[in-house]
Design a protein around this ligand. Structure first.
Ligand code: ADP
Length: 334
């Protein structure tokens, strides 16, 4: 899929993302329920002068999990230590992180479902009792030495809550499920980012970008930056026309579909008669990894009502046929 519409962060974006991240819960747009729940948890912890319960943030990439972890630390006025599941390959990696935490520190583990199994078990005890057992020596002479930790708050983030083992999931006192953003919420995200970037854009221009952002703030911010570049280079105002021209250049259509989304949908309709077609056949026919199609393309096509997943495979909806511009076989939908 084109870089512009991938909900994953590109390494080159880190500076920009930092600059656009809301710093407080009040500035965080949308997710009103999660904001209220999290706000209550943090306020109560501050009143009780206690570290808050561990927090699990679940939801697709680009919806604000990392941002919320930073907000938790800043609202508690505590330092934040950031790491990720793939960086914890052994229990020892986790022991090093945990033993260095200062009292009340917030530990953010992104993609927590990808952590090594041995580390997961260590984490259970650490979360519950702020203790770990460290193995010293090898073989028959190995002994375990208990180590007390500073009380800390773990903020775990996952795109796949279902992959977390139950004992780990159960140790979080609060789980927030982040939802895709509405177009109105995305418009607020874009307006805020435009202000920070000092880019003058019309309300219609903002709405036009919001409608193409797949319910995802990271994509909204990225598209905004492409439009800003376009206006700068072409010396055009930030209006609907510039937005359309810029996003057409980057292959993003009016519904937020990119080249790969359209290819997948067209393949289902034109090569497989509208489906059902299995994931691997579909992947081969468009020359893309099955994983990319399953994790990035499909969820969006399903949410947009263009494709459905059935037990026999992927099937194009009426809207899907329409979007591809194919003649709709009415007998399939009667
Ligand atoms: P995740 O960790 O879920 O992948 P991030 O927290 O890194 O997502 O957010 C991606 C980008 O989107 C950041 O640049 C952030 O500024 C922006 N963003 C996410 N959620 C919001 C929000 N609710 N309000 C404003 N900006 C947001």
């Amino acid at each position: 899929m084109s870089g512009e519409l991938s909900p994953q962060a590109a390494p080159s974006e880190q500076g920009y993302e930092g600059a656009l991240r809301p710093a407080t819960l009040a500035e965080f747009v949308g997710q009103s329920k999660v904001r209220r729940q999290l706000g209550l948890l943090l306020d109560a912890a501050t009143l009780r002068q206690h570290t808050p319960d561990h927090i699990l943030l679940a939801g697709p990439p680009g919806l604000g999990k990392t941002t919320l972890s930073m907000i938790v630390a800043s609202e508690l006025d505590k330092p934040l230590h950031q790491t990720s599941g793939p960086a914890i390959q052994h229990a020892g990696d986790l022991a090093a992180v945990l033993s260095a935490l200062t009292p009340g520190e917030v530990l953010f583990i992104d993609e927590i479902h990808r952590m090594a199994r041995s580390a997961e078990e260590m984490l259970y005890l650490a979360m519950e009792d702020f203790k770990i057992d460290i193995m010293v020596g090898k073989g028959a002479g190995a002994t375990s030495v208990p180590l007390e930790l500073s009380p800390f708050t773990l903020v775990g983030a996952t795109t796949r809550a279902g992959l977390l083992p139950n004992p780990l999931r159960d140790r979080f006192g609060f789980t927030a499920h982040l939802e895709f953003y509405s177009d109105d919420e995305l418009s607020s995200v874009i307006r805020r980012a435009a202000r920070l970037l000092e880019f003058d854009i019309s309300d219609q221009g903002v709405e036009e970008i919001a409608g193409r952002s797949r319910g995802t703030p990271r994509i909204a911010n990225r598209l905004l930056r492409r439009v800003r570049d376009y206006c700068l280079v072409h010396e055009t105002p930030g209006d609907t026309e510039s937005v359309r021209a810029a996003l057409t250049l980057y292959d993003v259509d009016q519904h937020g579909l990119d080249r790969l989304d359209r290819e997948v949908l067209a393949a289902v309709v034109e090569r497989f008669g509208g489906g059902p077609v299995g994931l691997s056949n579909l992947a081969v026919s468009v020359g893309e990894e099955a994983e990319t199609i399953e994790a990035v393309v499909e969820p969006f096509l399903v949410r947009a009502g263009l494709l459905t997943r059935t037990s026999r495979g992927r099937v194009a909806t009426r809207l899907g046929w329409q979007h591809v511009g194919a003649e709709i076989p009415e007998h399939l939908f009667s």
